[in-house]
Design a protein around this ligand. Sequence first.
Ligand SMILES: Cc1cc2nc3c(=O)[nH]c(=O)nc-3n(C[C@H](O)[C@H](O)[C@H](O)COP(=O)(O)OP(=O)(O)OC[C@H]3O[C@@H](n4cnc5c(N)ncnc54)[C@H](O)[C@@H]3O)c2cc1C
Ligand code: SF4
Length: 486
Amino acid sequence: MGKPTGFLEFQRQTEGYEPVERRLKNYQEFVGHLDDDQARVQGARCMDCGIPFCNNGCPVNNNIPDFNDAVYKGNWREAIEILHSTNNFPEMTGRICPAPCESACTLGINAEPVGIKSLERAIIDKAGENGWVVPQIATARTGKKVAVVGSGPAGLAAAQQLARAGHDVTVFEKNDKLGGLLRFGIPDFKLDKRLIDWRAAQMAAEGVKFVTGTMVGKDMPKGVANDAVKTVAPAKLIKEFDAVVLAGGSETPRDLPIPGRALDGVHFALEFLIPQNKQNGGGKKNPISAAGKHVVVIGGGDTGSDCVGTSNRHGAASVTQFELLPKPPEAENKPLVWPYWPTKLRTSSSHSEGCTRDWSVATKEFIGENGKLKALKCVRLEWQGGKMSEVPGSEFEVRADLVFLAMGFTNPVASMLDAFGVARDGRGNAAATTDGDGCYATSARKVFAAGDVRRGQSLVVWAIREGRQCARAVDEFLMGSSLLPR
Ligand SMILES: Cc1cc2nc3c(=O)[nH]c(=O)nc-3n(C[C@H](O)[C@H](O)[C@H](O)COP(=O)(O)OP(=O)(O)OC[C@H]3O[C@@H](n4cnc5c(N)ncnc54)[C@H](O)[C@@H]3O)c2cc1C
Ligand code: SF4
């Protein structure tokens, strides 16, 4: 374990942030680094409590006490080996994971939890800087071919695992760059996109082929990003590959079909965030500008928060965020919820850059003038027994030149699943289990599914988990057994 008395001696310390005024001037990452001594002290805080709840709280089941101990002892190379044994992309999770592991940390019962995410990031960043992350090329080839549809974290994790098992893997991506929402959803200030290129280079050296700008299937509904210049028929993949992994995400945005929806100024969140990511990556200027505008973001999750941060970087006159649900408590009731992920008020770094937040608010109408959005008509809600009702007489108007709809994503693109003949579950996701015989297999022969396309809109760390587990299921299907970890 770390230092037996470390948790009594040392306080939690996480990385510092650049001051708001400075970070709002650009789109670069603004979270600092723990230096080696600071990381060592934080590693020392781990109690190695015997039953590491953190390890179960982490969706990829990172061996957290082991890497904490390795950092405490200064064994950084051992730490990265431990981390990579369960997580293909710690450079992503160490930056953007909400860290459910920390909610499950035993120290967190009566003190500040171990800064697990900070340590994860410190380990992978050091490994990257020192050139310790090298291709792991399979020693034997199987001669089996696997197609992966989608290059988000689920597709990339599945592809990397399958390539390491010796299969010939080709990833098809309809957008012009790899990464899925890592690339085009999540802003640069949360995740530097060079990290995706860095990891993709490792994967290419391991034998993964990437085919971008190529859509599998032929229909993509309005509102879904699509840079494809070529298409591939699902039947061709089925014919030419021994297995297909669907990892196309859950891309259908939830709409708000109220009066005024067609007004100029009302957009889905990704209509704003994707072009911004492209602009930051050297592409065309974002056609939507929030500069000097009154912005309202509808939806209180990660996507909404990213619209807040991006609007503030544009120089918005004001940013307001509405949430339908009631305001959660400031702190959780630990004895009641530990070690589970608690419902509590979460203030993101984007919120603290400037945002008025309001809860229990429903938008009834977008009000315009000459076709342009001018205001929102809203009403306050009352929640009882999980049911909402409008508070009589509570209608109000709020000025708005731009609205971003960030209310989540309802389901994967149905036409893609239909084209493969994949049965859907009640929510429109690809139907497949995650445990037991036939896990991750869909109803279509040799077609598997992982990530948001199977579980619905979720988190990067869950996508990595599903990609890894799906790879093992595919390997078993192709070879009869698998040495890939689950
Ligand atoms: C704005 C935003 C911010 C977020 N922030 C966070 C965060 O901070 N932390 C976190 O953990 N999670 C966050 N999430 C959620 C997280 O990004 C997703 O859960 C995760 O990316 C899902 O991974 P995936 O691989 O299943 O799908 P995706 O990342 O959606 O990737 C799917 C890929 O498949 C491609 N594709 C789809 N159909 C086809 C086709 N027919 N042919 C070829 N290619 C196809 C798509 O173009 C896409 O590149 C955020 C989501 C959004 C929208
Ligand atoms: S991946 Fe997320 S949950 Fe797992 S250890 Fe890292 S920060 Fe914690």
